[in-house]
Design a binder for this molecule. Sequence first.
Ligand code: AHM
Ligand code: MG
Length: 334
Amino acid sequence: MSEQKQTLGEFIIKNQSSFQYSSGELSSLLNSIRLAAKIVNHEVNKAGLVDIIGAAGDTNIQGEDQQKLDVYANDKFIQTLTKRNIVCGIASEEEDDFISINSQDKNHQNKYVVLIDPLDGSSNIDVNVSVGTIFSIYRRVTPVGTPVQLEDFLQKGSEQVAAGYVVYGTSTMLVYTTGHGVNGFTLNPAIGSFYLSHPNMEFPEDGNIYSVNEGNYIHFPQGIKNYIKYCQEEEGDRPYTSRYIGSLVSDFHRNMIKGGIYLYPQSSKNPNGKLRLLYECNPMAFLAEQANGKSSDGFTRTLDVEPTELHQRVPFICGSKNMVEKAEEFMRNA
Ligand code: AHM
Ligand code: MG
């Protein structure tokens, strides 16, 4: 008889004692992310019915306005995170400024801040391609009892206490780390529970997949151009396979399972690349390092970058260790 798999709820409780501050607050926070993920998943799954039940901007049968999915996801994560009295502030890729949870946390006793990209890759929704949610959790650095400040959000990625993503794919999965490895949970939609399906996820040290928007090739720095040519050369296990979904969470997830590298470099058009340090790169870099992978901008470790603004962008190279090191070598030598 097959062994009953652990649910995400059971796993969070069982591993609570391994957290640096094991007061149960981080467990509760992770549980609120689990809940919001299920709500957003339900809505994302219905996206293909938009022509039948109405598009964003229409009014539904209850007289409520239909929201765009990224706005919906943003609202649901913020609502769910606000309710439990653990989070003092939220910064979202969808919001210009950070949100201070003053209404619930009047005396500013809450200790955690959450940074979130509620629906990454949302341009893929119209064509039924996977999208994701990315989250990143820190302890506040300003004193408890005072209002949350910008500096609570502008912490280096190495200070993260937890990070993860939800991939709304052929199956919906929640993958996260609290600094003790990476575990993946698959949603059983019939029951509404996430089950531990991918314990101790690790990037293979080497891989043969490279993921980059090669349409931008002409604008890339010489080191990246040289690395892409290296991936395409016939030698040993090369040429590598090119796979680019254009949905960071899905590209990362595939590369972690199969072995590969994801690159969103700087270009003459976007000197800092496209991806956001705080909502996209840092959480993915934390997961990558916890999964035996590596992440940098070609020179500097992503988790060591000192953030200066909420929506800061950085070049991003992330994946199997040996592949990232090879790309870095090409950047140094260009
Ligand atoms: P978004 O936050 O506006 O959704 O953009 C992020 C997405 C990533 O998921 C993806 O890897 C990248 O943008 C794709 O960009 P491009 O279309 O330039 O290749
Ligand atoms: Mg995004």
